[in-house]
Design a protein around this ligand. Sequence first.
Ligand code: GDP
Ligand code: IMO
Ligand code: MG
Length: 449
Amino acid sequence: MPARVLVGTQWGDEGKGKIIDILSEEASAIVRYQGGANAGHTVVVGGKTLILHLIPCGILRPGKLCYIGNGVVVDPEALFHEIAALEKENVQVEGRLFVSLSAHVILPYHRLVERVMERLLGNRRIGTAGRGIGPAYRDKAGRMGVRVCDLFDRRVLREKVAVLAEQARMLIERLSEEGGLASESSSRVPGAPESGPEGEDLRVDEPSDIVESYAALGERIRPMAVDVSLELNRALGEGKHVLFEGAQGTLLDVDFGTYPYVSSSNATAGGACTGTGVGPTMMDEVLGVAKAYTTRVGNGPFPTELPPEASAALREAGAEYGATTGRPRRCGWFDAVIVRHSVRINGVSGLFITKLDVLNNVEELNICTGYSYEGEHLSDFPASLEAMFRVEPSYEILPGWQCSVNEARKKEDLPREALKYVHRIGELVGARIKGISVGSAREEMILLD
Ligand code: GDP
Ligand code: IMO
Ligand code: MG
């Protein structure tokens, strides 16, 4: 398949990194189309664990070209930090990594504004990754963002930075005058924390300093800066394979997720087109990744979340700690309602199930097949956040398997119960299962035809 998109079908961290690494083998180019360094994609190869944030996982496959599309928000400091970390691991980056001239740039103001906004939201805060993602996308949509090409033009950069600095300054001034709005948000939603972060340094950087440092970072980016749309369309025209690496997941998509507890980009398959400049008619296949259970990091509704003790047990079994922030992930049963929603939104034709091994030795497995809300049965994901906070999951119970699936390499190696569990997931979400991952390493995989 020449143009293939891979998306997360839950709340992120489904194991996209591992699947992208496997699919990269067939691709000539791998491209990130949205999000930024809020992502943490883990690849385990040759006993070594590497976590990619902004750079496509394809960088770990020698000779593959990697692109950061226009839909990504690029933090140049994070980018160079990641390049240095990869080079330390003897991964060749130079000549293989390209960044869109039209991608928007994250400045320190964005990280600062994000902290202030989270504080303003108080107990309704999102629980972001703290990478400046939301404010950078807000400035993009507000038509005042700095793009990669702007870093090469001091006059433009100076004008834009002045506006962004002023915006940050006004927001912080207002916040200090009012002593924050945290205490005013009285209607605490279930699942939200009790209070906001306190005691932060809220200094606004001098615009002239930012112009200098970002113009210098721009000079370092210049050799990598290209028209990604032109390059990818050329590659596809030559019959080369391009893999579109989604970050976050469908339930974190700004349009189709649990808004406002989402990220600020289109993580869904449509984002692959708008985030790279490759048209929908060029796309051949959309693949999805789902964990065999559900996790979420940050705040917001999560109908199948387990009570604290059981959630902690699953967290320990699955090593569920954020790859970017180290935060403990909330854990729960597999939710077929949300994955079915994702299959539809993305047009998923094939689904990878990951972390099946984490469920070894669980006596009985619950799969959520629908919700009940105010006496009604819902088989689809409700748009209303309040409804999503209050739905009650309806479960189907399947027997577990009391053995390890880690050594399985073909479906016949799996215990009957494990295979049944995966097949039932496929049936409920309406997707063909393409692969089952039974461990974090590249080879711990069962590919189905
Ligand atoms: P991503 O953001 O979707 O790329 O996922 P993350 O890398 O944030 O989190 C997935 C975690 O699960 C990583 O630590 C992976 O190494 C690990 N992982 C992926 N697939 C499997 C699997 O089948 N079994 C186990 N035990 N771990 C897995
Ligand atoms: P990968 O690509 C899991 C979550 C944050 C927060 C919300 C908004 O590794 O799957 P943001 O910083 O984007 O404004 O935060 O989205 N979030 C993720 N959760 N995996 C991710 O990426 C995430 N990226 C953002 O925790 O709830
Ligand atoms: Mg992750």
